[in-house]
Structures are given as structure tokens and as C-alpha cells.
Design a protein around this ligand. Structure first.
Ligand code: 13P
Length: 260
């Protein structure tokens, strides 16, 4: 793990892959993305493959993690996976509250907040997903929706918990649709998120990373990475293609290099 990286690019493999395909993909990642001086690359894979990530990535600069965790620490919770278990396999990051989960499994903001805290408690960096639906955006409600998602965590635990955490702005209408937010839309929301935390706890806001996710591809990556208050990307489909993922990471690297 790098301490100095300004940008972060996270691969969200979702429910894709198998041992053979993962190995090919990870070997390609390692060839091109290990040791990027200004960008932290993170791979979030399905649980069964964490051991594979650990063995292939252990000696690299590429970090890894999961796409969900239990809100409880341990106990009789059939089918759940705890923060400690993720740590056991060397995970450093975990995606929390992705809309594909919160919608399908009716996860409440309170549940998501508890997962966020359990991750922090066990030394995992939570990557909290927030974002509005198309109907909410068309009604001009996007900031209210994102504010409500953040307010639950702030009310339960305080704004200081965002220090060293990651928030990913993922408009639901942009996920998997090929229709990314425009740089103007991203600029507006990233500023909103940054300012919302900064008025409550400026130090935490400085140590918070805000990513953009939703149809990032090699063609739009650069224009999204240069957005003010954008610290990188959370990448779905294009992370399954080594070349496309590499191009996105290189766009992040170029921007963070020029920010120095
Ligand atoms: P796509 O990049 O496939 O739109 O997915 C985005 C996403 O959901 C990342 O978490």
C-alpha cells in the first residue's frame, strides 16, 4: 500500500471471474499497474477469490478487498462474512452500500452505516457508495438524496469517521449504462460531498477521498479524473478488460502527476 498516492482507482469485479480468468487479468494488472507512483490501485473481488488475490498481489503495490461485509463482528449469521475474515486474507478495502446490493437486498442507510463502522473498527478502508436514481435527478433531488445517505453515518458516528475513508459518487443511472455523469454533474456533486463533510470536520474532509463511479471508460476517464475534488474512480465493466482498466489507471496517474 502506498502512503503518498493522490488518486485511487478501484476495480469492482462484481460477480464476474473464475480462477483462470482472474489469474490472467491479475497478471496483466501487475505487468502494467504495479508501482504507479501516484495512484493506488485496488481490486475488489468476490469473496472466494480473496485467497487468490492475496497470493498473487502480496508482493505488489496493488491492494485488494471485497464488495460487502457483515455489519456484525461474528456469531451465528449464516452466509455472512466478517471484517476480520477479510483482514485474514490481507484485504485493506471494502465496498459498502453499492446500489446493486442496497436495492436488491433492501439495505437500509442504518445497515450501511453499521457496515461502514465495522470496517473502520477492523482497519479496513470503507468505500461508501452514494448516488441518486434517474427519477431523483430529473426531480433535482440528487443532493438531498446523497445528503440523506451521508447524514445517517454522521448522525450515528460523527463526521470525523470520514477521515481516511472513501466515498464513491455513483449515480445509479450511470452504472452499467454507458452513460457517465458529465464532468459538470460530477464537479457539482463532488463539491457538494466535500463541502458537506468539510463544514463539519475540515481535517476529516482533507483525509477523505471522493471517487466517481458509473460507466467510466478509457474515453471519458481523463475528463472525469480532472474534476475538482475527484480523487479517482470505481470501475465496473472496464475493470474486467486489462487494457481498458490500464488506460483508466494511466489517466488517473497522469492527472495526479500533474497535480504535484
Ligand atoms: P460500470 O463501470 O460497469 O458502470 O459500474 C460502475 C460500478 O458500479 C462500480 O462500482
Amino acid at each position: 500500500m502506498k502512503k503518498t498516492a493522490q488518486k485511487m482507482v478501484v476495480a469492482n469485479w462484481k460477480m464476474h471471474g473464475n480462477l483462470k480468468q482472474n489469474q490472467t487479468l491479475l497478471e496483466a494488472y501487475i505487468r502494467t499497474l504495479d508501482n504507479l507512483p501516484h495512484t493506488q490501485v485496488v481490486v475488489c473481488a468476490p469473496y472466494p477469490y480473496l485467497a487468490q488475490l492475496q497470493s498473487l498481489l502480496a508482493d505488489t503495490d496493488i491492494a485488494w478487498g471485497a464488495q460487502n461485509i457483515a455489519k456484525m463482528e461474528r456469531g451465528a449469521y449464516t452466509g455472512e462474512v466478517s471484517a476480520e475474515m477479510l483482514r485474514d486474507f490481507g484485504s485493506t478495502h471494502v465496498i459498502i452500500g453499492h446500489s446493486e446490493r442496497s436495492t436488491a437486498y433492501c439495505e437500509s442507510d442504518e445497515n450501511i452505516a453499521q457496515k461502514f463502522m465495522v470496517a473502520k473498527k477492523h482497519g479496513l478502508t470503507p468505500i461508501l457508495c452514494v448516488g441518486e436514481t434517474l427519477i431523483e435527478r430529473e426531480a433535482g433531488m440528487q443532493e438531498n438524496v446523497v445528503a440523506k445517505q451521508l447524514d445517517t453515518i454522521i448522525r450515528m458516528y460523527g463526521a470525523q469517521v470520514f477521515a481516511d475513508a472513501v466515498i464513491s459518487y455513483e449515480p445509479i443511472w450511470a452504472i452499467g449504462t454507458g452513460l457517465a455523469a458529465t464532468p459538470a454533474q460530477a464537479t457539482e456533486m463532488h463539491k457538494f460531498i466535500h463541502d458537506k463533510i468539510a463544514v463539519l470536520d475540515e481535517a476529516a474532509a482533507k483525509r477523505l477521498k471522493i471517487l466517481y463511479g458509473g460507466s467510466v471508460n478509457p474515453q471519458n476517464a481523463l475528463q472525469l479524473m480532472v474534476v475538482k475534488n475527484c480523487d479517482g474512480g470505481l470501475i465496473g465493466r472496464c475493470s474486467l478488460n486489462a487494457q481498458e482498466f490500464e488506460q483508466i489507471c494511466m489517466a488517473a496517474e497522469r492527472v495526479s502527476q500533474s497535480d504535484e
